[in-house]
Design a protein around this ligand. Structure first.
Ligand code: SAH
Length: 347
């Protein structure tokens, strides 16, 4: 049986240079190949035109390039684009391009499926199949950058890890991808334009603070009362609000970077004054802002967006207490590309 070839993009630059030296070539060759892989986005060894044919053949014998493939692209009436992305093992994830007048945001996936069980999220219905590799995350970003240039005449400006999966449950690979996205050999983007969104894994939030990644942090809060939060996000029983609070205080003390809380107001779940007051208290722990986001129904009828009155009540109460709040409208609903709707449904 043939030896299983290694994914060449799992190697660091130093490892690639070492490979060439070990094979009687110069370490410089490693740098050239690395540039093809990461800067020029080569999908095949064939494409590496300044590398000799013999060397390309040698690479082909030892490695594969597991590039993602955009299997299907859908465009929403509001300009949002959703990519169904096929991975080398035929699994699929989704990523979304969200255009506004001034920016283009890529919403990328970090896992195939998700291991968390948020009751209101379509991705939670899919079993977590596996973590994405750094190159699979990076490729989603590059694909959206290309689409942004093609359809909107400008490069990608922002990235949010709000696609499928829990980024902090695939921490190492997400951070490797961030490194590539921000490095001059990759896309050279500023980490300040990258937001990692988490349901709240306290230990990893602290690690993120220690690692000084300079990215922004968003937390999907949805309730500041343990009993309510556990009901809609059952893993809150393992990572309760007190632990989350402590990790966020640590994050702020280290990074001085304001946190964004994502929050949906649902009818009969968290639409009372008591719920809003709890949120205000939680907001006072660490400098933050609140995004009140629209609920995107996932057709089971258990969750319904609260009335405009309830959202106004939240907004007023937050503002009265000096907390920045934005009410965010959903994008891409007609193609199931909005938050919480990613479930590999492209029919
Ligand atoms: N696991 C990460 C990132 C993926 S979810 C996290 O929880 O933050 C991205 C965002 O979509 C989160 O804020 C999540 O709470 C929100 N979301 C999930 N389901 C939704 C739905 N049906 N409607 C609107 N937003 C939803």
């Amino acid at each position: 049986m043939k030896n299983k070839k290694k994914d060449i993009r799992a190697l660091t630059k130093a490892q690639l240079q070492e490979f060439f030296v070990e094979n009687g070539d110069k370490s410089f060759r490693g740098s050239q190949v690395y540039e093809w892989l990461w800067n020029k986005g080569a999908h095949s060894f064939e494409a590496m035109t300044n590398i000799s044919k013999a060397t390309r053949g040698m690479l082909d014998e030892n490695f594969v390039i597991n590039h993602i493939r955009v299997d299907r692209m859908q465009r929403s009436s509001d300009g949002t684009i959703k990519n169904a992305v096929k991975l080398h093992d035929q699994l699929t994830v989704e990523s979304v391009l969200i255009p506004t007048a001034t920016r283009t945001t890529a919403c990328v996936s970090s896992q195939v499926g998700c291991s968390l069980d948020c009751q209101f999220c379509a991705t939670a219905r899919l079993k977590r199949m596996r973590n994405l590799n750094p190159d699979e995350i990076y490729d989603q970003v590059v694909a959206i950058d290309n689409e942004s240039r093609l359809y909107f005449d400008r490069p990608l400006s922002n990235i949010v890890f709000m696609g499928m999966g829990e980024p902090l449950m695939n921490y190492k690979n997400v951070m490797k991808a961030v490194e590539k996205i921000t490095s001059p050999e990759g896309l050279g983007m500023s980490p300040k334009r990258i937001t990692i969104s988490t349901s709240g894994v306290p230990k990893i939030i602290k690690k993120l603070a220690d690692d000084e990644a300079k990215i922004k942090l968003a937390v999907s809060l949805h309730s500041a009362i343990n009993e309510v939060r556990t009901q809609i996000m059952p893993f809150n029983a393992t990572f309760p609000l007190e632990d989350l609070r402590e990790s966020l205080e640590y994050w702020y003390s280290k990074t001085k970077s304001r946190i964004t809380y994502e929050y949906i107001v649902w009818k009969d779940i968290n639409d009372t004054r008591k719920d809003a007051e709890a949120l205000v208290r939680f907001c006072n722990y660490v400098p933050c802002k609140v995004n009140l986001i629209e609920y995107n129904p996932i057709d089971d009828g258990n969750f319904q967006q609260a009335s405009g009155k309830a959202t106004d009540m939240y907004q007023n109460m937050l503002e009265r207490n000096g907390i920045t709040v934005t009410v965010r409208r959903s994008r891409g609903k007609d193609i199931d590309a909005a938050c919480g709707q990613l479930a590999n449904k492209s029919a």
